[in-house]
Write a protein that binds this ligand. Structure first.
Ligand code: ACO
Length: 323
């Protein structure tokens, strides 16, 4: 049996760091409100002209270096993003060219903040089915480009960044390798479209539009759906919740993360947190958190990680993997 094992992680954050206090002079808001409601203290914003693909290229190069694998050995590159450079071609093909990957195939997936989980599940399927041996899975976003800077309820929450993971096939000595992605669980329900969306696009306004969110309603769905999907993926993997070593959640809101951890009976010491420093970077938030934790040497081989996310759609899901 073939398994998709994490060989390397990498990330990139734009140089410009914006503290909560930056918004105090511009909007009717305070550092205290942002901190207490979301857990966010600062975020990074891309420089003018810096595109999602630029962030992704830097993250991929870091992941390849960590894995010790050259770009021309990668079979597939999947990018989760909602903020592509252009309507087409895909950000994935731009990153493919940027890292010097001259073979294989590349494509984008779009599941907003849940995008990285959907991309990991897709990569896992490609590896298990023998269509690829090595897959780069990327989350890259420039959400600062779709903010309405007059809307205090959204523009203080998001940031820019990119993270990448290099997955490689490992075949078990016996029947199964016990490392790698053990199970995934994907969900969406398009009836919740109006809770979180961008009010523009090619087929509507012809502009890129701005993010609109009914935050308190999304919050309620997140609290309920994230623990459920995590439990379903753990069931599929045949792993008890008590055996989880690390929760690596989508970093949208500290209160949602705390509530999910509580429902999973996990102490906060077992939760990877980057929300204070990154804000919500949508599809980039989980690979960013993975890469930051990896560089802090938080994970040890054999540990069980649960990744989970929810975003526009609504779309939500989780991944259980053994490090
Ligand atoms: N500063 C000060 N006051 C504010 C601000 C602000 N920046 N923003 C909103 N408020 C006010 C509101 O106007 C409201 O005032 P009112 O009571 O007079 O009407 C009050 O604060 C409370 O607003 P709520 O929206 O009820 O606040 P809540 O406690 O729910 O926190 C938040 C808001 C942080 C957005 C939270 O709901 C949240 O995190 N939601 C989930 C976000 C999320 O997970 N999104 C999914 C992923 S994102 C993606 O897919 C792209």
């Amino acid at each position: 049996m073939r398994r998709a094992v994490v060989r390397g992680t990498g990330h990139y954050l734009p140089e410009r760091v914006v503290e909560n206090s930056y918004f105090e002079g511009k909007l009717d808001t305070t550092d205290e409100w942002i901190r207490s409601r979301s857990g966010i203290e600062r975020r990074h914003f891309a420089a003018e002209g810096q595109k999602t693909s630029d962030l992704g290229i830097a993250a991929c190069n870091a992941a390849l270096e960590k894995a010790g694998i050259a770009a021309d050995r990668v079979d597939a590159l999947i990018v989760a993003t909602s903020t592509p450079d252009l309507t087409f071609p895909s950000v994935a093909t731009m990153i493919q060219a940027g890292i010097g990957m001259t073979r294989g195939f590349a494509f984008d997936v779009q599941a907003v903040c849940a995008g990285f989980v959907f991309a990991m599940s897709t990569a896992d399927a490609l590896i298990r089915s023998g269509q690829a041996d090595r897959v780069l899975v990327v989350g890259a976003e420039t959400f600062s480009r779709i903010m309405d800077w007059t809307d205090r309820s959204t523009c203080v929450l998001f940031g820019d960044g990119a993270g990448a993971v290099l997955l490689e096939v490992e075949e078990g000595a016996g029947e199964v390798s016990d490392r790698g992605i053990l199970a995934t669980d994907l969900n969406s329900d398009g009836n919740f479209r109006d809770l979180l969306y961008v009010d523009g696009g090619v087929g509507s306004t012809g502009t890129s539009g701005h993010l609109r969110m009914q935050g308190n309603l999304v919050f309620r769905h997140a609290v309920e759906k994230l623990a459920n999907t995590a439990h379903r993926a753990l069931d599929k993997a045949g792993i008890a919740a008590e055996a989880v070593d690390w929760l690596v959640p989508h970093q949208a809101n500290l209160r949602i993360i705390e509530s999910t951890a509580k429902r999973m009976h996990l102490p906060m010491e077992k939760v990877v947190l980057t929300v204070a420093d990154h804000g919500n970077t949508s599809a980039a938030s989980i690979p960013l958190a993975l890469s930051v934790a990896d560089r802090r040497a938080q994970f040890t081989p054999g540990q069980v990680l649960v990744l989970e996310a929810i975003g526009g759609g609504l779309a939500w899901g989780s991944v259980v993997l053994r490090w």
